[in-house]
Design a protein around this ligand. Sequence first.
Ligand SMILES: Cc1ncc(COP(=O)(O)O)c(C=O)c1O
Length: 320
Amino acid sequence: MTIYASDQIHMSIPKAADVLGLGREQVRLVKSDARFRLDVRSLREMIEADMSRGLVPFCVVASAGTVNTGAVDPLAALARVAATYNLWFHVDGAYGALGSLDERKRPLFEGLERADSVSLDPHKWLYAPVDCGCLLFRDPAKARRAFLTDDADYIKVHEEAIDESFAFWDYGIELSRRFRALKIWMMLCYYGTRRIRAAISDDNDLAAYLAERVNLAEEFELLAPVELSICCFRYVPPAVHAALREAEPTERAHLNAELDQLNARIMHRVQRGGRAYLSNVTLNGSYGLRACVVNFRTTRDDIEQALDIVREAAREISEE
Ligand SMILES: Cc1ncc(COP(=O)(O)O)c(C=O)c1O
Protein backbone atom coordinates (compact mmCIF):
# COMPACT_ATOMS: atom_id res chain seq x y z
CA MET A 1 0.00 0.00 0.00
CA THR A 2 1.47 3.33 -1.02
CA ILE A 3 1.31 6.87 0.28
CA TYR A 4 2.13 9.91 -1.88
CA ALA A 5 3.73 13.12 -0.69
CA SER A 6 6.09 15.73 -2.08
CA ASP A 7 9.86 15.60 -1.67
CA GLN A 8 9.41 18.49 0.82
CA ILE A 9 7.30 16.43 3.24
CA HIS A 10 8.07 16.46 6.95
CA MET A 11 9.98 13.42 8.18
CA SER A 12 7.08 12.49 10.49
CA ILE A 13 5.17 11.07 7.50
CA PRO A 14 7.72 8.33 6.58
CA LYS A 15 8.13 7.72 10.30
CA ALA A 16 4.35 7.23 10.64
CA ALA A 17 4.44 4.79 7.70
CA ASP A 18 7.08 2.82 9.58
CA VAL A 19 5.05 2.81 12.78
CA LEU A 20 1.99 1.64 10.81
CA GLY A 21 4.03 -1.33 9.65
CA LEU A 22 3.96 -0.23 6.01
CA GLY A 23 7.60 0.81 5.86
CA ARG A 24 8.96 4.19 4.87
CA GLU A 25 9.74 3.00 1.36
CA GLN A 26 5.97 2.91 0.78
CA VAL A 27 5.97 6.70 0.99
CA ARG A 28 6.43 7.68 -2.64
CA LEU A 29 8.06 11.07 -2.95
CA VAL A 30 6.77 13.22 -5.77
CA LYS A 31 8.98 16.00 -7.10
CA SER A 32 8.12 19.57 -6.23
CA ASP A 33 8.01 22.58 -8.54
CA ALA A 34 10.03 25.81 -8.49
CA ARG A 35 7.91 27.05 -5.56
CA PHE A 36 8.50 23.77 -3.68
CA ARG A 37 4.88 22.66 -4.16
CA LEU A 38 3.96 19.11 -5.09
CA ASP A 39 3.84 18.67 -8.86
CA VAL A 40 0.36 17.28 -9.57
CA ARG A 41 1.11 15.90 -13.01
CA SER A 42 4.03 13.86 -11.61
CA LEU A 43 1.74 12.60 -8.87
CA ARG A 44 -0.80 11.29 -11.38
CA GLU A 45 1.92 9.63 -13.43
CA MET A 46 3.40 7.99 -10.35
CA ILE A 47 0.04 6.68 -9.15
CA GLU A 48 -0.73 5.24 -12.60
CA ALA A 49 2.70 3.63 -12.88
CA ASP A 50 2.42 2.15 -9.38
CA MET A 51 -1.03 0.72 -10.03
CA SER A 52 0.18 -0.94 -13.21
CA ARG A 53 2.91 -2.60 -11.09
CA GLY A 54 0.27 -3.98 -8.73
CA LEU A 55 0.86 -1.51 -5.90
CA VAL A 56 -2.17 -0.22 -3.99
CA PRO A 57 -2.23 3.57 -3.54
CA PHE A 58 -4.34 4.53 -0.52
CA CYS A 59 -3.35 7.97 0.69
CA VAL A 60 -2.05 11.31 -0.50
CA VAL A 61 -0.47 13.70 1.98
CA ALA A 62 -0.38 17.37 1.06
CA SER A 63 1.60 20.00 2.94
CA ALA A 64 -0.16 23.20 3.91
CA GLY A 65 3.03 24.92 4.86
CA THR A 66 6.11 22.77 4.28
CA VAL A 67 8.61 22.65 7.09
CA ASN A 68 11.39 23.97 4.84
CA THR A 69 9.89 26.97 3.08
CA GLY A 70 6.21 27.16 4.09
CA ALA A 71 5.07 26.19 0.58
CA VAL A 72 1.43 25.20 0.32
CA ASP A 73 0.71 22.35 -2.09
CA PRO A 74 -2.09 22.87 -4.65
CA LEU A 75 -4.75 21.48 -2.32
CA ALA A 76 -7.77 21.70 -4.62
CA ALA A 77 -5.98 19.82 -7.41
CA LEU A 78 -4.74 17.22 -4.94
CA ALA A 79 -8.25 16.78 -3.55
CA ARG A 80 -9.38 16.03 -7.12
CA VAL A 81 -6.62 13.44 -7.59
CA ALA A 82 -7.53 11.84 -4.26
CA ALA A 83 -11.18 11.66 -5.31
CA THR A 84 -10.30 10.18 -8.72
CA TYR A 85 -8.25 7.35 -7.21
CA ASN A 86 -10.30 6.98 -4.03
CA LEU A 87 -7.40 7.92 -1.76
CA TRP A 88 -7.49 9.27 1.78
CA PHE A 89 -6.59 12.97 1.56
CA HIS A 90 -4.52 14.09 4.53
CA VAL A 91 -3.22 17.64 4.87
CA ASP A 92 -0.16 18.19 7.04
CA GLY A 93 -0.89 21.65 8.33
CA ALA A 94 1.19 21.20 11.49
CA TYR A 95 3.09 24.39 10.83
CA GLY A 96 0.99 26.28 8.29
CA ALA A 97 -2.72 25.44 8.39
CA LEU A 98 -3.45 28.26 10.81
CA GLY A 99 -1.86 30.62 8.29
CA SER A 100 -5.19 30.43 6.48
CA LEU A 101 -6.53 32.79 9.14
CA ASP A 102 -4.67 35.56 7.30
CA GLU A 103 -7.24 36.65 4.69
CA ARG A 104 -4.50 37.55 2.20
CA LYS A 105 -3.22 33.97 2.27
CA ARG A 106 -6.63 32.34 2.09
CA PRO A 107 -6.45 31.57 -1.69
CA LEU A 108 -3.37 29.39 -1.07
CA PHE A 109 -5.49 27.10 1.09
CA GLU A 110 -8.34 26.55 -1.34
CA GLY A 111 -9.21 22.84 -1.18
CA LEU A 112 -8.22 22.45 2.48
CA GLU A 113 -11.89 22.01 3.27
CA ARG A 114 -11.92 18.82 1.19
CA ALA A 115 -9.36 16.99 3.33
CA ASP A 116 -10.28 13.78 5.12
CA SER A 117 -7.92 14.75 7.92
CA VAL A 118 -5.83 17.79 8.80
CA SER A 119 -3.04 17.94 11.36
CA LEU A 120 -2.23 21.29 12.91
CA ASP A 121 -0.05 22.27 15.82
CA PRO A 122 -1.41 24.91 18.20
CA HIS A 123 2.06 24.77 19.81
CA LYS A 124 3.44 26.22 16.60
CA TRP A 125 1.27 28.92 15.14
CA LEU A 126 -1.42 29.26 17.77
CA TYR A 127 1.27 30.32 20.25
CA ALA A 128 0.38 27.57 22.75
CA PRO A 129 3.10 26.10 24.96
CA VAL A 130 4.52 22.76 23.78
CA ASP A 131 2.98 20.20 23.46
CA CYS A 132 -0.37 20.56 21.84
CA GLY A 133 -0.85 18.78 18.52
CA CYS A 134 -4.25 18.45 16.90
CA LEU A 135 -5.79 16.15 14.30
CA LEU A 136 -9.11 17.03 12.69
CA PHE A 137 -11.25 14.42 10.93
CA ARG A 138 -13.88 15.09 8.30
CA ASP A 139 -15.72 12.00 9.53
CA PRO A 140 -14.74 11.15 13.12
CA ALA A 141 -16.77 7.93 12.91
CA LYS A 142 -14.02 6.51 10.68
CA ALA A 143 -11.40 7.14 13.35
CA ARG A 144 -13.70 5.67 15.97
CA ARG A 145 -14.18 2.51 13.91
CA ALA A 146 -10.41 2.15 13.70
CA PHE A 147 -9.59 2.80 17.37
CA LEU A 148 -12.60 1.75 19.45
CA THR A 149 -11.93 -1.23 21.68
CA ASP A 150 -14.86 -2.36 23.72
CA ASP A 151 -13.10 -4.78 25.99
CA ALA A 152 -11.96 -2.73 29.00
CA ASP A 153 -14.61 -2.40 31.71
CA TYR A 154 -12.72 0.09 33.82
CA ILE A 155 -12.84 2.86 31.24
CA LYS A 156 -16.39 2.31 29.99
CA VAL A 157 -18.15 5.60 29.43
CA HIS A 158 -21.59 5.53 31.04
CA GLU A 159 -22.67 9.10 30.31
CA GLU A 160 -24.87 9.60 27.31
CA ALA A 161 -24.82 13.32 26.53
CA ILE A 162 -22.41 13.95 23.64
CA ASP A 163 -20.11 16.33 25.58
CA GLU A 164 -19.85 13.94 28.53
CA SER A 165 -19.45 10.71 26.63
CA PHE A 166 -16.69 11.80 24.24
CA ALA A 167 -13.50 9.84 24.94
CA PHE A 168 -10.30 10.74 23.11
CA TRP A 169 -8.97 7.20 23.41
CA ASP A 170 -11.74 5.99 21.08
CA TYR A 171 -10.33 8.22 18.30
CA GLY A 172 -6.57 7.62 18.48
CA ILE A 173 -3.81 5.47 19.92
CA GLU A 174 -3.22 7.45 23.12
CA LEU A 175 -5.04 6.37 26.28
CA SER A 176 -4.06 8.33 29.41
CA ARG A 177 -3.49 11.92 28.46
CA ARG A 178 -3.29 15.42 29.82
CA PHE A 179 -6.00 18.01 29.31
CA ARG A 180 -4.18 19.64 26.41
CA ALA A 181 -7.28 21.23 24.96
CA LEU A 182 -7.72 23.45 28.02
CA LYS A 183 -4.94 25.86 27.09
CA ILE A 184 -6.31 26.21 23.56
CA TRP A 185 -9.82 26.80 24.80
CA MET A 186 -8.68 29.42 27.30
CA MET A 187 -6.53 31.20 24.75
CA LEU A 188 -9.34 31.30 22.19
CA CYS A 189 -11.74 32.62 24.83
CA TYR A 190 -9.29 35.24 26.10
CA TYR A 191 -7.81 36.56 22.85
CA GLY A 192 -10.47 35.60 20.30
CA THR A 193 -10.01 34.86 16.63
CA ARG A 194 -9.59 38.51 15.62
CA ARG A 195 -6.44 39.03 17.69
CA ILE A 196 -4.98 35.67 16.77
CA ARG A 197 -5.62 36.41 13.10
CA ALA A 198 -3.83 39.76 13.50
CA ALA A 199 -0.82 38.11 15.15
CA ILE A 200 -0.57 35.48 12.40
CA SER A 201 -0.84 38.18 9.73
CA ASP A 202 1.94 40.13 11.46
CA ASP A 203 4.17 37.04 11.41
CA ASN A 204 3.56 36.70 7.67
CA ASP A 205 4.43 40.39 7.21
CA LEU A 206 7.65 39.94 9.17
CA ALA A 207 8.81 37.07 6.97
CA ALA A 208 8.03 39.19 3.89
CA TYR A 209 9.94 42.07 5.47
CA LEU A 210 12.93 39.81 6.09
CA ALA A 211 12.84 38.75 2.42
CA GLU A 212 12.72 42.41 1.42
CA ARG A 213 15.81 43.18 3.54
CA VAL A 214 17.59 40.12 2.16
CA ASN A 215 16.85 41.20 -1.41
CA LEU A 216 18.15 44.71 -0.74
CA ALA A 217 21.42 43.56 0.86
CA GLU A 218 24.22 42.59 -1.48
CA GLU A 219 25.60 40.03 1.01
CA PHE A 220 22.40 37.98 1.18
CA GLU A 221 20.55 35.80 -1.27
CA LEU A 222 16.93 34.68 -0.98
CA LEU A 223 16.65 30.91 -1.54
CA ALA A 224 12.89 30.44 -1.79
CA PRO A 225 9.74 32.48 -2.24
CA VAL A 226 8.15 33.51 1.04
CA GLU A 227 4.70 31.94 1.16
CA LEU A 228 3.81 32.25 4.85
CA SER A 229 6.09 33.13 7.80
CA ILE A 230 9.26 31.29 6.75
CA CYS A 231 12.14 33.00 4.97
CA CYS A 232 15.15 31.00 3.69
CA PHE A 233 18.31 32.79 2.63
CA ARG A 234 22.07 32.48 2.69
CA TYR A 235 25.03 34.71 3.29
CA VAL A 236 27.08 35.35 0.17
CA PRO A 237 30.19 37.56 0.52
CA PRO A 238 29.82 40.34 -2.09
CA ALA A 239 32.97 39.24 -3.99
CA VAL A 240 31.56 35.72 -4.30
CA HIS A 241 28.24 37.15 -5.49
CA ALA A 242 29.96 38.72 -8.46
CA ALA A 243 32.08 35.62 -9.13
CA LEU A 244 28.99 33.38 -9.06
CA ARG A 245 27.33 35.41 -11.79
CA GLU A 246 30.19 34.81 -14.22
CA ALA A 247 31.36 31.35 -13.13
CA GLU A 248 31.37 28.28 -15.38
CA PRO A 249 29.35 25.30 -13.99
CA THR A 250 32.37 23.59 -12.33
CA GLU A 251 33.58 26.81 -10.77
CA ARG A 252 30.01 27.60 -9.66
CA ALA A 253 29.70 24.19 -7.97
CA HIS A 254 32.99 24.84 -6.19
CA LEU A 255 31.85 28.30 -4.99
CA ASN A 256 28.53 26.86 -3.86
CA ALA A 257 30.27 24.15 -1.85
CA GLU A 258 32.30 26.86 -0.10
CA LEU A 259 29.13 28.86 0.58
CA ASP A 260 27.51 25.75 2.08
CA GLN A 261 30.39 25.41 4.52
CA LEU A 262 30.40 29.10 5.35
CA ASN A 263 26.65 29.19 6.00
CA ALA A 264 26.82 26.05 8.15
CA ARG A 265 29.46 27.75 10.29
CA ILE A 266 27.36 30.91 10.47
CA MET A 267 24.29 28.93 11.52
CA HIS A 268 26.16 27.17 14.33
CA ARG A 269 27.65 30.42 15.54
CA VAL A 270 24.27 32.19 15.54
CA GLN A 271 22.60 29.33 17.40
CA ARG A 272 25.38 29.10 19.96
CA GLY A 273 25.34 32.88 20.43
CA GLY A 274 21.80 32.61 21.75
CA ARG A 275 20.59 36.05 20.60
CA ALA A 276 18.69 34.89 17.52
CA TYR A 277 17.58 31.46 16.44
CA LEU A 278 17.89 30.34 12.84
CA SER A 279 17.78 26.74 11.69
CA ASN A 280 19.21 25.29 8.53
CA VAL A 281 17.62 24.08 5.34
CA THR A 282 18.83 22.46 2.14
CA LEU A 283 17.17 23.82 -0.99
CA ASN A 284 18.12 22.67 -4.49
CA GLY A 285 21.32 21.35 -2.95
CA SER A 286 22.27 24.63 -1.26
CA TYR A 287 22.69 25.05 2.48
CA GLY A 288 20.52 27.87 3.71
CA LEU A 289 19.52 29.72 6.85
CA ARG A 290 15.85 29.36 7.78
CA ALA A 291 13.94 31.90 9.81
CA CYS A 292 10.47 30.88 10.92
CA VAL A 293 8.40 33.60 12.62
CA VAL A 294 5.80 32.06 14.92
CA ASN A 295 6.02 34.39 17.87
CA PHE A 296 3.57 37.23 18.46
CA ARG A 297 6.34 39.24 20.17
CA THR A 298 8.66 39.36 17.15
CA THR A 299 9.16 42.84 15.70
CA ARG A 300 10.84 44.42 12.68
CA ASP A 301 13.66 45.40 14.97
CA ASP A 302 14.22 41.70 15.82
CA ILE A 303 14.40 40.95 12.10
CA GLU A 304 17.04 43.68 11.58
CA GLN A 305 18.95 42.39 14.58
CA ALA A 306 18.87 38.82 13.29
CA LEU A 307 20.43 39.96 10.02
CA ASP A 308 23.06 41.97 11.90
CA ILE A 309 23.86 38.89 14.00
CA VAL A 310 24.35 36.86 10.82
CA ARG A 311 26.63 39.58 9.39
CA GLU A 312 28.58 39.68 12.63
CA ALA A 313 29.02 35.88 12.61
CA ALA A 314 30.23 36.02 9.00
CA ARG A 315 32.73 38.77 9.88
CA GLU A 316 34.07 36.84 12.86
CA ILE A 317 34.51 33.72 10.74
CA SER A 318 36.37 35.68 8.05
CA GLU A 319 38.74 37.06 10.71
CA GLU A 320 39.65 33.64 12.16
C1 LIG B 1 5.06 20.46 8.36
C2 LIG B 1 5.28 19.77 9.69
N1 LIG B 1 4.69 18.60 9.94
C3 LIG B 1 4.85 17.96 11.10
C4 LIG B 1 5.66 18.47 12.09
C5 LIG B 1 5.82 17.70 13.37
O1 LIG B 1 5.15 18.32 14.39
P1 LIG B 1 5.41 17.96 15.94
O2 LIG B 1 6.66 18.65 16.30
O3 LIG B 1 4.22 18.48 16.63
O4 LIG B 1 5.54 16.49 16.03
C6 LIG B 1 6.32 19.67 11.87
C7 LIG B 1 7.24 20.24 12.88
O5 LIG B 1 8.05 21.08 12.61
C8 LIG B 1 6.12 20.36 10.64
O6 LIG B 1 6.72 21.55 10.38
